[in-house]
Design a protein around this ligand. Sequence first.
Ligand SMILES: NC(=O)c1ccc[n+]([C@@H]2O[C@H](COP(=O)([O-])OP(=O)(O)OC[C@H]3O[C@@H](n4cnc5c(N)ncnc54)[C@H](O)[C@@H]3O)[C@@H](O)[C@H]2O)c1
Length: 269
Amino acid sequence: MYNLLKGKRGIIFGALDENSIAWKTAERVHEEGGTFVLTNAPASIRMGTIDKLALKTNAQIIPADATSVSDLEHLVDEAVQILGGKIDFVLHSIGMSVNVRKGNHYTNENYEFTEKGWNVSALSFHKVMQVLYKKEAMNEWGSIVALSYMAAQRVFPDYNDMADNKAYLESIARSFGYFFGKNKKVRVNTISQSPTATKAGHGVKGFDDFIAYSDKMSPLGNATALDCANYTVTLFSDLTKKVTLQNLYNDGGFSNMGVSQEILDHFKE
Ligand SMILES: NC(=O)c1ccc[n+]([C@@H]2O[C@H](COP(=O)([O-])OP(=O)(O)OC[C@H]3O[C@@H](n4cnc5c(N)ncnc54)[C@H](O)[C@@H]3O)[C@@H](O)[C@H]2O)c1
């Protein structure tokens, strides 16, 4: 361990169970000396096992639906009070598509479901940042990270409306990141992560085949949740102060591949 986050305070959204990317991130941030509050939607807190993580990382849990501005305002006020000062790092690790859950094909969206998924998965990132911005709750040289997927740039048919949500999320990171950088010296980035075996990941149709394909396409293999946590720690640390407005691939090289020998071998007669 490197003590990279000693003295830093943060908010971590989205730890549901021990497979969650946010869970691994909370563990790694704790090991690196950071302190934080954990948050999730009230229903997810009841369903999941976040209490275990809170105990392990000496963190308090503040419930908040990330689509509710009043919940977010309460969360930020509480976090600053509990942690004893302004915030240095925030992880937005939130995603959900009702169309995916209900098995609606991309060409047959229910637009009420689409709006709900967009609000949870994309607009919530704007809401989180707007609350932090208006409350002047971030310290200078703080760092905000959200998690994305490459379906924002390329076609993955079964990723459904989450592809559009991720494109919107990445755009918010750039647009809000400009104002956060210019006016508050805070950086904003997204990490585009390999497919990862979590509750949200398994929601995607054909996930098991796809994760195996992705692993064979990537020269370094898929990045795990722990790999993502480690990368996020570097983005929260003072070693990446001038990295902002970026969508950063943590994917074992997948995003720059055309085809790999292992995939070609599958098609040999
Ligand atoms: N698993 C993958 O393959 C993969 C790949 C790339 C990016 N991501 C992204 O990583 C992030 C974390 O997902 P994960 O894979 O760890 O799965 P996960 O299911 O463990 O986490 C998703 C979280 O979103 C939370 N959430 C849903 N609705 C919410 C709301 N209204 N308010 C607050 N929180 C809410 C859930 O409670 C859950 O904790 C998501 O943005 C996801 O799209 C996942």
